[in-house]
Design a protein around this ligand. Structure first.
Ligand SMILES: NC(=O)c1ccc[n+]([C@@H]2O[C@H](COP(=O)([O-])OP(=O)(O)OC[C@H]3O[C@@H](n4cnc5c(N)ncnc54)[C@H](O)[C@@H]3O)[C@@H](O)[C@H]2O)c1
Length: 354
């Protein structure tokens, strides 16, 4: 059966990298149909549409995945269209897992002295629908000397349990041995106390996996000192936001950082971690590898594990043998190549892995 993929390239460099990503995935000749949608700043400024009425229902019913570029445009500094497009899909489709592999694909990409590929193979599970990002709070006596601002940290048993379960399930499916949960239960005793209790309950259901609860500050320090101690890290929305960016910096930066916004068994969204990069948009400078690796995560979600591995191997080979966009030149050397050049090399690497 043909699975339909909604491609939303979005703004800035989104369309530049999405073009490469889709070309790469189409070359695999799988029963996938890529359908393009023009939602983003341009469309919003033209006719006010963020996502049209009924689109979320269509996604749920008719599509298997969303392959997303980026949103963000200098003409909309408040980024209101991002809330109505990307955040709306994350929340309304209940994409509770933000999956971010922090895997070193080439020794030269690590800024850490003495660390090599075998030392950096971490998958991070960030809770994606709750925590301090739930948007609950308010200000009181705004603009006065007595102003009070509150932001509510939402932690539900259901929310914590399902993200912890997802982390352990991932470990089991891939023969991994260790899951670490990062919190701040020493000071955030209520919310993160819940995380501690639920993590212990979930880990008891997976006795073959070593489970460790740690304070997030210790985890951040350790990621620099001994990243090899970690295989899977599960954490809340805020800490996940920060730790995953640290993880990206340890493995080559935004140009190659991929992510999935996942609800197992349902339509899920795959996107590079980077934004629309208005500073380089339209200049052919965007690194397309993060989009390609996000495509590999999507293939895995759709049941094409072998093909996902082929795409990742092609990216590794392209990094090893090919030219690089400007963001990777300080790490890998050589002259800067364009998005299209790297894309063409990537396609050649993929077809040679057949
Ligand atoms: N998921 C998303 O769609 C998402 C994520 C982050 C930021 N944003 C939005 O994107 C816009 C720009 O945000 P920002 O500048 O803080 O973050 P950004 O990720 O767009 O860019 C940060 C820096 O990294 C560089 N960079 C990013 N992706 C790159 C790539 N593929 N290749 C080479 N260099 C790359 C950029 O040139 C820039 O210097 C804002 O409107 C922001 O809200 C969107």
């Amino acid at each position: 059966m043909v699975q339909r993929i909604a491609v939303i390239p979005g703004d800035g460099i989104g369309p530049e990298v999405a073009r490469i990503g889709v070309r790469l995935l189409e070359s695999l000749e799988l029963p996938l149909r890529f359908e393009w949608f023009d939602f983003g700043a341009e469309r919003y400024l033209r006719d006010g549409t963020m996502l049209p009425a009924g689109f979320m229902e269509t996604l749920r019913k008719d599509f298997a995945a969303i392959y997303f570029g980026a949103v963000g445009d200098p003409r909309l500094p408040g980024n209101e269209h991002a809330k109505g497009i990307l955040l709306a899909m994350r929340f309304e489709l209940d994409l509770y897992i933000n999956l971010r592999p922090c895997i070193l694909l080439d020794d030269r990409l690590s800024p850490l002295k003495g660390k090599a590929r075998a030392d950096l193979r971490i998958t991070m599970f960030r809770e994606n629908t709750e925590g301090l990002y739930a948007g609950i709070g308010g200000v009181f006596k705004k603009g006065t000397a007595d102003e009070v601002a509150q932001e509510v940290d939402v932690n539900t048993r259901k929310g914590v349990e399902r993200i912890c379960e997802a982390a352990f399930a991932w470990a089991e499916q891939r023969g991994l041995k260790r899951v670490c949960m990062a919190d701040k239960a020493n000071v955030m005793v209520f919310g993160h106390g819940l995380w501690r209790r639920v993590f212990a309950e979930v880990s008891a259901r997976h006795p073959a996996i070593e489970a460790k609860a740690m304070y997030v500050d210790a985890v951040a320090m350790d990621l620099i000192r001994q990243p090899e101690a970690y295989e899977i890290i599960v954490t809340n929305n805020l800490f996940g936001d920060i730790l995953t960016d640290l993880g990206a910096a340890l493995t080559g930066g935004l140009g190659i950082a991929a992510s999935g916004n996942i609800h197992p068994g349902r339509i899920s969204l795959f996107e590079p971690v980077h934004g629309s990069a208005p500073d380089i948009a339209g200049k052919g400078k965007a690194n397309p590898l993060a989009m390609a690796l996000s495509g590999a995560l999507m293939l895995e979600h759709l049941g094409y594990a072998l093909e996902a591995q082929r795409v990742q191997s092609a990216v590794e080979r392209q990094i090893r043998q090919g030219a690089h966009t400007a963001d990777l030149v300080p790490l890998l050397g050589g002259a800067a190549a364009t998005t299209e050049q790297v894309g063409a090399e990537l396609l050649a690497c993929l077809s040679s892995t057949k």
